[in-house]
Structure formats: structure tokens, C-alpha cells
Ligand binder design. Structure first.
Ligand code: SF4
Length: 507
């Protein structure tokens, strides 16, 4: 049969040159990026440009290009540069401007620093005005994303503490040795202990010991140790102090290649060896699978992040938020208390809510949930009918600084009780502690979670916030940040969030 080929002529001349606009489909996502970004106020971003010197690429164009790059999984500045020269959608968006990767990187890392959050907020408010999402309900969850840092350059807070303790102990031993050998010379030189040491004090102490032992017959081993200490300990101590400052209060480690990153256990453990990796804890609020708020944290647990996350949400959207839905990772007394004080309706599970719903009984003979409580007399009755009186309260401060009150109740007489072996092992009458505030908050939470609205929100949580993480990480392959440092990682997260929202809007 005769084969007919379509005409192929690369030298075909155009009577009128084609416009790029004709080549971009009317419903292509790049048009959504263009349309939404044109509505966004970029005044704070414009103020970043000082003027003078050579002309600059327009920030709106660079912003559109970056957002579209994140929509199309193009995270590397070199790949974006390449796309601007070869991809018709990038070329249309940039109006044929072709900034190089350095310009793109500088814009992403520095210029967007203080204005991207404002731009993100405008995009979310715009979407809320169009009715595709609500700012009244927030589904909150977190995930860990690996930092752009070497996995083997860790600094651990505990290792520093151990090294400092060892140094203190050795210094103390040297001091005591000098006191024995050169009693007279050391008589009036009391350092007052080595509980708190600093580089100057260590230097001074070693100099004093050396001076006292100068004319004494000292074993070579001690001399060697003193020489080593003189040469290394003050600088080592200064280094430890600096490292402790970087670690701060809320975390236990950092990476030398990105000091803002903390070593955390990641869900994606390809090696399956439980190895900790440097990363950031990303917290998201979503609604209808749109990201309405993001925050990055350096601590690996979700519990301590909720207040900071919501505080910023409330500021950002001027108190629109009414309802918070989160999983059991956030069900602490501190969080429940905060949600109550802010007047937010919450649907947040406590850690054994699911087990409780499956009918599992709390362990132990004396679970406070199972004991009879007489509110008027403020006393409990144990299974043997013994009255337990409130004897005193105890305060306990959590790692985050929250003060809990634990009420202590003591049974009147446990002697000869047949249940004693199973009930308690301590001598005397049984004493138990009850966190009554947590009991009250947990009861309120249980009531909310089991209500009709609670059942709806619990079902919706699994299909609202969780798919957003899956989409970003697995469908769009964002498993590791490109930039280093908290400020820059914030920018990347903002771009990811805008890209996610516009991709969803365009779908
Ligand atoms: S040991 Fe004391 S508190 Fe425990 S069941 Fe017996 S009487 Fe009650």
C-alpha cells in the first residue's frame, strides 16, 4: 500500500511570526499561576530592590517562574534556567526573559525572605474568597523533611555534656593531686569547685597547678596530662559553649553542614536501619486539601509545635480560625489548655482514644478512670471500698515549661488487703497522683470527638491533611530541601505551599 507522510519542512517561513500565547493552551496550569500572581501585591518585595546600577529582572516575573517551577517539580536553579530556554510555558511566563541560575538562586534565597509569607497569605485569602477553602477549620499535621546537609556531620548535646563532665572530673583530679603534692603553694588558692567551668577559668586553673608543681617531682603521666590540658581544654570548652548555643533549649542535636537542621527519625527510611537524618519538622494546616498555613520547627516531636503553629495562623488571618482538628500526637494537657483559652473548638485525640474506642481497659488495678470519685468530699474510693483522701498537691514542669498540678490521694488503710500485691508495691498505704485538669480536658475532648461533628471531622482528617504530604513527597518528589538554613528553608516551604495550592486550583 502507498504510504503518505505529513509534510515535514524545518525551513518553513512564517508570513506572521507566531505568538507564544497561541501556543499555550487556554486551560493550562501556567495560566492559573499567571492570573493569580498578577492579583498579588508585591510591594514589600519591590522595596528589596535598592535601585542604581544595571537594570534588574522584574520580581513578579521571577516569582511566577519560581512558583511554576515548583508546580512542575523543577526545584534546581540550573534546571529552571534550562527550562527558561527550552520550555514554552516557562518562556511564555517569563516573557522570553532568561535569567541565569545565579539570579534565580539569589532571588529565591535572599529577595523573597521577608515577603513570601505575605504573598502566600494573599493567595490563600484569594482562594477563600472564591469559596474553594475555609479559614475557619484547620486540619493540622506534621512531617519531617530531610535537610540539605551531610548525614554524618552531627553534633549531639548529650555528647557535649558528657565531654564537659569528663573535663570537670579530670580537672578536679589534677587539682586534688596538686593539693596533695604542693600543699603549701595551693593553700590559699581555692577555686570553689568545678561545677561551672569556662575557658578562662580552666586556663587559670591549669596555670595555677603548673606553677604549684613547678619544682616538684611529678610523674611524666601527670606532666603529659597537664600539657595536653593547657593546649586543648580552653579551646575545646569554648567550642562546646558555642555548640551548645547553636543547639539551644528545644533540641538535642544539629548538623555541621546546616546548623539549623536537627537529627530526626524520618518516615522514609530507605536503608531500614533507623538512622537519624538532619531535617526540619514541617507543620501544615489544610482545608479541602489546600495548605492554609505552614510552619517549620527544629524539634522532632509534634506536641510542642501546635501552639506556635496556631499562634501564627491566628495572627496571619486575623482570628478567622474556629475549629482545629489534629491526631493524637498533639493531645497534651498544654495543647488542650491553649485551645480552650483561645476559645477554639478542637477535635484532638488523646494518646489512648483509639484503644479506648476498641474497648481496651486501662492497665493496673487502680486506674483513676475506673475509681469512684466523690466530688463534694474530693476523695476517691478504691475497689476494696477504702476511702482515698487528698493529702497534698505536687507541681511538675514539662520540657516545654508548662506547669502541671498533680493531686495526691492516699488510701486510709491498706493493711491486710488481699489485692495489695496487684495494687501497689510501696510500703504503707497506697498513694496515687491525679492530674485533674487533664482529666477534665480529656473528658471534653472525648465528648467532642464522639459527637456527630467529631465523627465527621475525624473521617475528613485522613483525607484532608494526610494526602497533602503524600502528594508533595511522593507525587512531586520533594523529599529533601534544596537550600540550607531555617530562613531559606522557610522560603522553599512557602513556594511549595503556593505551588501545591495553585496546582490543586488548576486541576
Ligand atoms: S491495697 Fe489499699 S488501695 Fe489498693 S485495693 Fe487494697 S485497700 Fe484499696
Amino acid at each position: 500500500m502507498h504510504v503518505v507522510f505529513k509534510q515535514y519542512n524545518q525551513q518553513q517561513a512564517f508570513l506572521l511570526p507566531p505568538s507564544l500565547d497561541e501556543l499555550v493552551k487556554v486551560d493550562h496550569p501556567v495560566r492559573v499561576v499567571n492570573e493569580v500572581m498578577d492579583k498579588v501585591d508585591i510591594d514589600p518585595l519591590l522595596k528589596k530592590f535598592k535601585g542604581g546600577g544595571t537594570s534588574s529582572y522584574h520580581p513578579k516575573m521571577l516569582l511566577k517562574v519560581l512558583v511554576y517551577a515548583y508546580i512542575t517539580n523543577t526545584y534546581s536553579s540550573r534546571k529552571i534556567e534550562e527550562a527558561l530556554q527550552s520550555n514554552i510555558h516557562f518562556m511564555w511566563l517569563s516573557g522570553m526573559s532568561q535569567p541565569d541560575h545565579n539570579t534565580i538562586n539569589r532571588f529565591r534565597s535572599d529577595r523573597l525572605k521577608d515577603s513570601l509569607r505575605y504573598i502566600f497569605t494573599q493567595v490563600v485569602v484569594l482562594l477563600a474568597e472564591q469559596g474553594v477553602l475555609s479559614l475557619r477549620e484547620a486540619y493540622v499535621d506534621g512531617t519531617k523533611i530531610e535537610a540539605n546537609a551531610n548525614r554524618y556531620t552531627f553534633v549531639w548535646g548529650n555528647a557535649i555534656k558528657t565531654s564537659k563532665e569528663k573535663m570537670k572530673q579530670q580537672l578536679d583530679e589534677l587539682w586534688k593531686y596538686a593539693q596533695q603534692v604542693a600543699k603549701e603553694e595551693m593553700d590559699d588558692k581555692d577555686p570553689g569547685g568545678f561545677d561551672k567551668i569556662d575557658p578562662q577559668q580552666v586556663e587559670q586553673t591549669i596555670a595555677t597547678i603548673n606553677e604549684a608543681l613547678k619544682d616538684k617531682d611529678v610523674p611524666a603521666k601527670v606532666k603529659q596530662k597537664l600539657n595536653y590540658a593547657k593546649k586543648n581544654w580552653p579551646s575545646k570548652l569554648a567550642q562546646y559553649e558555642q555548640q551548645e548555643r547553636i543547639i539551644g533549649e528545644d533540641r538535642s542535636s544539629y548538623s555541621k553542614t546546616d546548623p539549623d537542621a536537627t537529627f530526626m527519625r524520618m518516615k522514609e527510611d530507605h536503608m531500614k536501619n533507623g538512622q537519624l537524618k538532619p531535617g526540619y519538622n514541617l507543620q501544615l494546616s489544610t482545608n479541602q486539601q489546600y495548605i492554609t498555613h505552614y510552619s517549620l520547627h527544629q524539634s522532632s516531636t509534634d506536641t510542642g509545635t501546635l501552639q506556635k503553629h496556631l499562634e501564627h495562623y491566628l495572627q496571619q488571618y486575623n482570628q478567622h480560625l474556629q475549629t482545629v482538628i489534629a491526631d493524637a500526637g498533639y493531645g497534651s494537657e498544654e495543647n488542650y489548655q491553649y485551645l480552650e483559652e483561645k476559645g477554639l473548638t478542637s477535635y484532638v485525640k488523646y494518646n489512648y482514644f483509639d484503644r479506648e474506642q476498641q474497648g481496651a481497659k486501662p492497665k493496673g488495678v487502680l486506674s483513676t478512670d475506673q475509681l469512684y470519685y466523690n466530688q463534694q468530699q474530693d476523695c476517691y474510693y478504691c475497689p476494696m471500698g477504702q476511702r482515698m483522701d487528698r493529702i497534698r498537691d505536687r507541681k511538675r514542669t514539662t520540657r516545654t515549661g508548662f506547669v502541671q498540678t498533680l493531686a495526691r490521694y492516699q488510701a486510709r488503710n491498706c493493711s491486710n488487703c488481699p489485692m495489695r500485691g496487684a495494687c501497689h508495691k510501696a510500703e504503707g498505704n497506697k498513694i496515687m497522683e491525679v492530674n485533674q485538669n487533664m482529666q477534665r480536658l480529656r473528658e471534653n475532648s472525648r465528648h467532642n470527638l464522639l459527637s456527630e461533628a467529631g465523627i465527621h471531622y475525624r473521617k475528613q482528617r485522613c483525607v484532608d491533611v494526610e494526602p497533602v504530604f503524600a502528594n508533595i513527597k511522593h507525587n512531586h518528589f520533594f523529599k529533601r530541601f534544596m537550600l540550607r538554613g531555617l530562613d531559606k528553608v522557610q522560603i522553599e516551604t512557602g513556594l511549595l505551599a503556593i505551588a501545591h495550592n495553585l496546582r490543586k486550583k488548576a486541576a
